[in-house]
Design a binder for this molecule. Structure first.
Ligand SMILES: NC(=O)c1ccc[n+]([C@@H]2O[C@H](COP(=O)([O-])OP(=O)(O)OC[C@H]3O[C@@H](n4cnc5c(N)ncnc54)[C@H](O)[C@@H]3O)[C@@H](O)[C@H]2O)c1
Length: 379
């Protein structure tokens, strides 16, 4: 089977970007949403983005026009999927809604059509099993914005065929992205499993040590090689997204995350980060504003508990057969922008020290912190 025609279901933040990168790679794309005005807005955004690439001389005017002409907005579902070999679903992260969408889709899409979900946190196998074709169902997790972010996580469900995984990997490569395969359908896949618990852990570190937001963020940036501080990154991502991911991951596995009450409180208080003008930090307008971080501030904070948390989750992924060190490092570099490999930082700090810290935390704060057997064996 060869994929030439793709239907993207949902034209919001992620959907319009996925349509654009697919059309740029030469696919014929149908973009589907529930209302024409949503599609008009999405097509406008795509036009704006292509015009910007033309003005920066990244593509020619003709290329821009031809990419745009390969995207057809359609509201009617049957019409939208009639030629598709691959359907990428990018509707809101609500399980009941996704299930309803797949129920409709299953009836109108030909049996050989592949279903790929861009879900960030929902279980692939559970959604796949609501369709008549779980072997043709796969997770394809693009990052925001899809036009710029290089990483795509590919998540086969329990019944996904190797052929469908291979085709999906081929598609990811063809749109000029780098795939990492999360070999098991685990909560948070790879990136969210590393990132989301870390936000909570940074809150606990603040409570336990009295370090300031800026000190912790500076340590994360200058000592751990992150492109920005963890609280900055959380504000940039949005506390609604983090809260949602926390809830979904915690629902499936109590051991993946130690929820800090502040995350829920900020969500309830609508302190959503940059988009609402206030998160961990305050923002004077919705423009991207950098908090001032420095090596001097970094010197005041020891981020070992944060490294210990991220490393313990990385080790869990390996111990449980979901990934390996190489793939985790690739994901962390491309998905989190890490400038230094995670296990390299850990070795510099000393794995023995990290295991000791985890044992100490486990004693004081419970089993959640128990070091993964892989880390214990690496000391
Ligand atoms: N926003 C992010 O940063 C991000 C990053 C990675 C993955 N995701 C995932 O991508 C998915 C979509 O997120 P988003 O941020 O683009 O959401 P969004 O709310 O911006 O867009 C969703 C779109 O789907 C449309 N929609 C609803 N029902 C539909 C239906 N039956 N058929 C077609 N379209 C329908 C909505 O009208 C809306 O335009 C979610 O699963 C989310 O977890 C989001």
């Amino acid at each position: 089977m060869k994929v030439k025609n793709i239907t993207v279901l949902g034209s919001g933040v992620m959907g319009h970007g996925i349509a654009q990168v697919s059309a740029t790679a030469g696919y014929n794309v149908v973009l589907r949403d529930i209302k024409k005005e949503f599609l008009d807005k999405a097509m406008e955004k795509i036009k704006w983005s292509l015009d910007k690439l033309v003005s920066k001389e990244k593509i020619s005017k003709e290329e821009g026009d031809s990419i745009f002409s390969r995207i057809t907005p359609i509201v009617d579902l049957s019409d939208a999927v009639k030629d598709a070999e691959l359907i990428i679903e990018v509707v809101p992260e609500i399980m009941d809604l996704k299930k309803k969408v797949y129920e409709e889709l299953d009836k109108v899409a030909a049996p050989e059509v592949i279903f790929a979900s861009n879900t960030s946190t929902l279980p692939i196998t559970e959604i796949a099993n609501t369709t008549s074709r779980p072997e043709k169902f796969i997770g394809i997790h693009f990052f925001n914005p899809p036009q710029l972010m290089k990483l795509v996580e590919v998540i086969p469900g329990e019944k996904t065929s190797q052929e469908v995984t291979d085709l999906t990997l081929e598609y990811v490569k063809s749109v000029n992205k780098e795939a990492v395969v999360c070999r098991k359908d685990v909560p948070g896949f790879i990136i969210n499993r590393l990132f989301i618990p870390m936000v909570h852990e940074a809150c606990f570190l603040k409570d336990r040590t009295g370090a300031t937001l800026e000190e912790i963020d500076s340590a994360v940036k200058f000592k751990l090689g992150f492109p920005m501080g963890i609280f900055e990154l959380a504000d940039f991502t949005g506390m609604d997204v983090i809260h949602k991911a926390t809830t979904e991951m915690y629902l499936r596995d109590k051991k993946v995350i130690n929820p800090h009450p502040l995350v829920e409180k900020m969500f309830d208080d609508k302190k959503l980060g940059q988009k609402s003008g206030e998160g961990y930090y305050k923002y004077s307008d919705d423009k991207y504003e950098r908090v001032s971080l420095s090596e001097e501030l970094a010197a005041k904070c020891n981020p070992i508990q944060i490294v210990a948390n991220i490393l313990n989750n990385a080790a869990w992924l390996i111990t449980n057969g979901a990934s390996d060190i190489e793939e985790i490092e690739k994901a962390a570099k491309l998905g989190l922008g890490l400038k230094k490999p995670l296990f390299e930082t850990a070795k510099e700090i000393g794995i023995r020290k990290i295991v000791e810290e985890l044992n100490k935390l486990a004693k004081e704060h419970g089993e959640f912190y128990k070091p993964d057997p892989l880390l214990v064996s690496m000391q």
